[in-house]
Design a protein around this ligand. Structure first.
Ligand SMILES: *Cc1c(COP(=O)(O)O)cnc(C)c1O
Length: 374
């Protein structure tokens, strides 16, 4: 049996008529950039997120640095995030001109450890970027308390966590802005690249609308800005898909539950941890080999069995090739949890359209490996 890592075509086939109708609508409108479909999707996204504003931008990375720039955060300023996120979180802060301060993650959730954030704050610190890694919200209550105490901006990197929430909080409620990525492999994916910023902050909304469109405040009047727009075809795809996101998340959670029940007696593996009361949307289902030196063996075993397992992320930000680069980065404290995560992680196939047979095959093969290695 072959089990893929993504189900893009299956998903398209399931709602083809809805997506095709929106694409046709855009094609026949003749308005492909900054047109009515983008405005419609922005309104729908803001309503869905429960925020005042949603601004479509080119991708999830731009969503982060545009927010930093909109708030005047850049050269000389420090931004704190964790070392085991996808590279783009740090990259976005560098694009804005900031120094990236890396701290360790919590060993259970793999998310930003609030105590380490507080210890890393200096007078230059301007922002914290918690990532809802793998689809589980960061500890936003603690992060918000620290941000308030030290007067810091919080941007939620929600490239992986759309449709999730934490115990007692929603996304966007305890931060200045939320960045979202719509690249196809994310939980709400368009047919290419896309992103958005959602916020309750008028100024962020106003500034990003100007910045994303060549600094244009009105026709022919420009201040230096960028070209980072979500085009109307992608907005049409996303508008159709947004109606299904909650059902898709429920399917992801059901698959995660099946994996966790099936693998609960595995001796050589640690399974993903869900904080009680949180809606973990399982962008990724990541297991860790207890013995990091056996990770590559598990990955190869699954790949050889036709299962397209991967690693997220096997090289932490500070371990990337060429480090230290010509960018401003500083490690504060040990990054041992991030390094252990990088060395031992394996992502099992996870997408809503996986069949029960496929999930059970992945479980069976993983257990077979575990039995030989546990
Ligand atoms: C995907 C991702 C991004 C970047 O999104 P793009 O749309 O690819 O620019 C940023 N942060 C995290 C955590 C991601 O997973």
């Amino acid at each position: 049996m072959k089990v893929g890592f993504y189900g893009h075509v299956r998903q398209y086939e399931n709602i083809k008529s809805e997506i095709d109708a929106n694409i046709q609508n855009v094609l026949m409108s003749g308005k492909y950039v900054m047109g009515p479909m983008l405005a419609k999707f922005e309104k729908e996204l803001a309503e869905y997120m429960g925020t005042k504003h949603a601004i479509g931008v080119g991708n999830g990375t731009d969503a982060i640095w545009l927010t930093l720039m909109a708030l005047g955060i850049g050269k000389g300023d420090e931004v704190i995030t964790h070392a085991n996120t996808f590279f783009a979180t740090a990259e976005a802060a560098w694009i804005a001109g900031c120094k990236v301060v890396l701290v360790d993650c919590d060993p259970k959730t793999k998310n930003l450890d609030p105590a380490l954030v507080e210890a890393a704050i200096t007078p230059k610190t301007k922002a914290i970027i918690p990532v809802h890694l793998y689809g589980q919200c960061a500890d936003m209550l603690a992060i918000k308390a620290i941000a308030d105490k030290h007067n810091l901006v919080v941007i939620e990197d929600n490239a992986q966590g759309i449709d999730g929430y934490g115990k007692g909080f929603k996304q966007g409620e305890l931060s200045d802005a939320v960045s979202i990525s719509f690249i196809i492999q994310k939980n709400l994916g368009c047919f290419g690249d896309g992103g958005a910023v959602v916020t309750n902050n008028e100024e962020i909304d106003r500034q990003i609308r100007i910045l994303r469109n060549h600094g244009s405040k009105k026709r022919s009047w420009h201040s230096p800005g960028f070209n980072s727009r979500l085009d109307d075809l992608q907005a049409g795809v996303l508008s159709a898909k947004l109606k299904h996101i909650t059902a898709w998340t429920d399917q992801r959670i059901a698959i995660a539950d099946r994996y966790s029940a099936g693998l609960k007696d595995a001796k050589a593996l640690d399974l993903p941890y869900t904080t009680p009361g949180f809606r973990h949307v399982f962008h990724l289902y990541v297991v860790e080999t207890k013995d990091a030196s056996k990770r590559n063996d598990l990955l190869k075993f699954l790949n050889d069995a036709g299962i397209d397992a991967k690693c997220h992320y096997d090289i932490a930000i500070h371990q990337q090739d060429g480090y230290p680069w010509d960018v401003d980065v500083e490690i504060r404290g040990s990054l041992e949890n991030a390094e252990k995560n990088a060395a031992s992680c394996v992502s099992l196939p996870m997408f809503p359209e996986l069949t029960t047979e496929e999930v059970d095959y992945v479980i069976a093969k993983t257990l077979e490996w575990d039995k030989a290695n546990g």
